[in-house]
Design a protein around this ligand. Sequence first.
Ligand SMILES: *Cc1c(COP(=O)(O)O)cnc(C)c1O
Length: 353
Amino acid sequence: MNIRFEETKTLKEKPDKNALGFGKYYTDYMFMMDWYEDKGFTDPRIIPYGPIEFDPASLVLHYAQETFEGLKAYKTEEGKILLFRPDMNAKRFQKSNERLCMPVLPVEDFIQAIVELVKKEKDWIPDVAGTSLYIRPFMFAYQPKLGVHAANHYKFLIILSPVGSYYKEGLQPVKIYVEDELVRAVKGGTGFAKCGGNYASSILAQMKAEEMGYSQVLWLDGVEHKYVEEVGTMNAMFVIDGKIITAPLEGSVLPGVTRDSMIQLLKKKGYIVEERKLSIDELIQAAEEGRLTEAFGTGTAAVISPIGMLCYKGNVFFNNNTIGKISQMLYDTLTGIQTGKLEDPFGWTYEIK
Ligand SMILES: *Cc1c(COP(=O)(O)O)cnc(C)c1O
């Protein structure tokens, strides 16, 4: 791709690195590229960050044909810039787009666009511990038309946001509400795809949980409301009898890059990992018998979110509501590799030069 560049007239003031929050600030530039039915992908460009004009009949505004990705760039102590497994995001983006009948972007182009944009914005990568530059690639149907159909015009964009810790409290155990009525995804639907529609339909359960004083929802499967699938917008892992259990990837669970990385790390360290169906009854029983020692969510934004309490027909505490040993080890190891502090025996880091 030959990416053209359009200079901005005014550079923004950089935010306080110690109070970044998540998704509050955006950098000076963004990447944009169009796709037309007759031309394919065209006019890749890095342009000043700013609003996009929409025809009120743009398809995405009505039928939610939209997909996205999320990854981070880290600045190491030596000043190197590292991405973490960007090829995984590129491939998942392709799978999401195939499911949503949207154009499939070659892996090299996905990575090249990120690399060139991040290079341009390298001064925006914060270097305080726990911070990073969040990268949000996304695509949507732009054609104005009211018929439900794949579009003849899409836009692909990348925006960047310097971020601090995902959770205000930092790495702290959270209270989780087990949602046994509303569902996130079913097999045959779009659960495995990273698409905006999945999120739109999850907000109600999230609001309900927050109103009751919980911070996230534990989703059960959409058919029997019985098997544990994900926690909020993260993959869920449970430590029972010393083994780590997580839901299998069978169509309704999002194949997280963090999930995959944690599984590989755990196996390398000699833990037994089971990708299998785990019923809520088995989980609660294990908690009541003291065999559930840790539970946590995994995802790029938060890395790990330890669960300290589950509410399912009454509250169940475990692990003394503290951060577990395995959770802490995984957090330290993964963030260590991502930020270049620890050696990367997996070849996961990708340096932007
Ligand atoms: C993005 C996402 C995850 C985590 O994926 P990572 O690649 O680890 O960031 C998990 N569940 C859902 C629903 C997601 O959208």
